[in-house]
Design a binder for this molecule. Sequence first.
Ligand code: BG6
Length: 494
Amino acid sequence: PQAPGAVFFIFGATGDLARRKLFPAIYSLYREGKLTEDFAVIGVARRPRTPSEFHEDVMESIREFSRYPVADEEEWARFVDHFEYKSLDINNIDGFRELREQTEAIERKFGIAGGRLFYLALAPELFGGVSFNLKAGGMLDGPGWNRLVIEKPFGYNLESARELNEQINQVFKEEEIYRIDHYLGKEMVQNIEVIRFANAFFEPLWNKQHIANIQITLGETVGVEERGGYYDHSGALRDMAQNHMLQLLTMIAMEPPSRLLAEDIRDEKVKVLRSLRPFSSSDEVRKNVVRGQYTQGLFKGKTLPAYRQEDKVNPESTTETYFAARVFVDNFRWAGVPFYIRTGKRLPVKTTEVVVEFKRMPTNVYLGQKHNLEPNLLVIRVNPMEGIYVKINAKKPGSESEIQPLAMDFCQSCMVGINSPEAYERLLHDAVRGDSTYFTRWDEVSSAWSFVDKIAEAWQESAGDLASYPAGTWGPVEADQLLAQDGFHWWPVN
Ligand code: BG6
């Protein structure tokens, strides 16, 4: 469906997110007819930029990062005409008043009915101030709706997240706030719901009676790149686990919602977060959580530096670049089923994958025949491969009774012509249409922080628990032991 007309305000328009994700996403929506002529983009940042310089920036971003090639000259001119720039000191209300005039003019120019979407691709310390000044500068007095879209990190812990939320809440209502977790915009993450709730042969098995454990892996091959300053303060727990990882877990573990409406789905997700068994002591954390940091390693013939040698990282840093944990969802459906989650930088593969390991057959009638039956697996591949596969046991063709595991594989990303939309395309489109299903609600964010804070606190007491792993490997051995203690192992990632 087409989005209703709106002005997109991109605060941080000269930054990395705008360049890599937001401009290309807007372009894709336009190319696909999901945005028509009644839209405009006002890029806002401190640095001065002439209109033509800004148009150049947009063009370069799309050349480099878009799924669609830049259109012919005429079409390009029509598209880029919707883009304006405003150099603004966000502490100066006068600038916001000027922005208001500029906005009204552009709304008239393109016949936009007044919807205003404020995307803050900024450091979270600035969210509160910008919100106040939007209000004080009259930017929220237009004839249409106002929505605030914000990026992570949403706070550093529960307390700071709460402060941030209170500031924003003085200006925007919860239903006007769209908190981005870009993992929720990924095609296969959204597909988890369909796989679960539209297939008669998964849902009946989706519980402790039939599932032995669930493994969620978010692996990255990159190190911290040029983000050492941010990352060294954050670490894998806050950067990936508090948000992307726990969100993925909620999608896997939630109850079927009664209706597919945003609030119903988010109600179910927050129940999962509230059911996470909290770690009650440092000892519990030590037993169930592994944190690691990469050391120098050799990968594909290249020497990769240790984390502590990375740019803008404290040479004595104890920040974790790897996180693994055994967590339990204490409700009727999942009692006793371990969820093993792990994420890390400088692992051998870039992948996001969920493995559902089913329980073994009650008796193995093939035991006498030296067969060690493998359990059935359902593997959901989110990224970069998209698809699902199911591992079953079958007779080896031509043999007497030899059994072999066999994969029934559906590879969505292998299909010709499939070019899944980027997460940001989907999320921007949803936000402008007022669909908040795949954005995180405050109670989700705060429950996730409560869970994560306990881990962070325990780590603070015992900096000595930091394990290490050579860059380019699958993380510390302690993470393997975590599963081995329960008689399981990580299933290899493809
Ligand atoms: C971001 C993290 O939220 O997600 C980054 O801050 C990480 O550290 C990125 O690299 C991973 O996203 P994706 O979509 O590439 O898996």
